[in-house]
Design a protein around this ligand. Structure first.
Ligand code: SF4
Ligand code: SF4
Length: 81
């Protein structure tokens, strides 16, 4: 687990300020996106965003477990066939 930043959907005003703030050039434009593989969680972009459109989160690079559905739902899907 490590801390990364991401842009909050619907909050970004597309001003472009964060692109110049990020020292690692982790933020791309149109649409604005922070690459978690480049971001090191310095948090500088959060302070630099005038729209409060960037937040930090805990990033895990390990893959998610396979998608599991509850047994009751699986049974219903089988019965509906
Ligand atoms: S600084 Fe904030 S509002 Fe401006 S482009 Fe970046 S995320 Fe969007
Ligand atoms: S937290 Fe730092 S490295 Fe990550 S996108 Fe923001 S400014 Fe760039």
């Amino acid at each position: 687990m490590s801390i990364k930043c991401r842009i909050i959907e619907g909050e970004c005003s597309n001003c472009g300020a964060c692109v110049g703030i990020c020292p690692l050039e982790a933020i791309s434009e149109a649409p604005y996106y922070i690459d978690p593989l480049i971001c090191d969680g310095c948090l500088e972009c959060i302070d630099g965003c005038g729209s409060s459109a960037i937040e930090s989160y805990e990033y895990s690079s390990t893959p998610s477990p396979p998608f599991l559905i509850p047994f009751s739902l699986a049974l219903k899907m089988y019965e509906d066939k």
